[in-house]
Design a protein around this ligand. Structure first.
Ligand code: AMP
Length: 113
């Protein structure tokens, strides 16, 4: 399968990995949009939110506990941070292996554009 993030999981493409668990990894976004910008991905290939199975509920939950731990490690947990998962083209998804953006270290506006 020709998936960029599967290749990062497999160690075939380098990444600045800051978090690893049995189910997920976290690595710094190559085009950071904030002082902290980490992508949390499942080791399992799931293309979009639409492809999450009922059996993946714990796996998807593990992306959020990863985000919690990464935010604490980055020192942004108390000030606040944003988690975003884009789904398909209109939302801006460009890599089709689900990933939770963890963004912090600067103020953020709402709504997002
Ligand atoms: P999205 O647009 O929501 O699909 O997010 C994809 C993200 O992956 C973008 O923020 C990219 O900057 C990031 N990205 C693409 N390739 C890499 C890579 N090799 N290592 C780290 N981040 C990447």
């Amino acid at each position: 399968m020709d998936c960029l993030f599967c290749k990062i999981v497999a160690g075939e493409i380098p990444a600045d990995i800051v978090y690893e668990s049995e189910t997920a990894i976290g690595f710094r976004d190559i085009n950071a949009q904030a002082p902290t910008h980490v992508l949390v991905i499942p080791r399992k290939h799931i293309a979009t939110i639409n492809d999450i199975g009922d059996e993946d509920q714990a796996l998807v939950g593990s992306l959020y506990t990863a985000a919690r731990d990464i935010a604490a490690a980055e020192g942004i947990a108390d000030e606040g941070y944003r988690t975003v998962m884009n789904c398909n083209e209109s939302a801006g998804q460009s890599v089709f292996h689900i990933h939770l953006h963890v963004l912090g270290g600067r103020p953020m506006g709402w709504p997002p554009f």
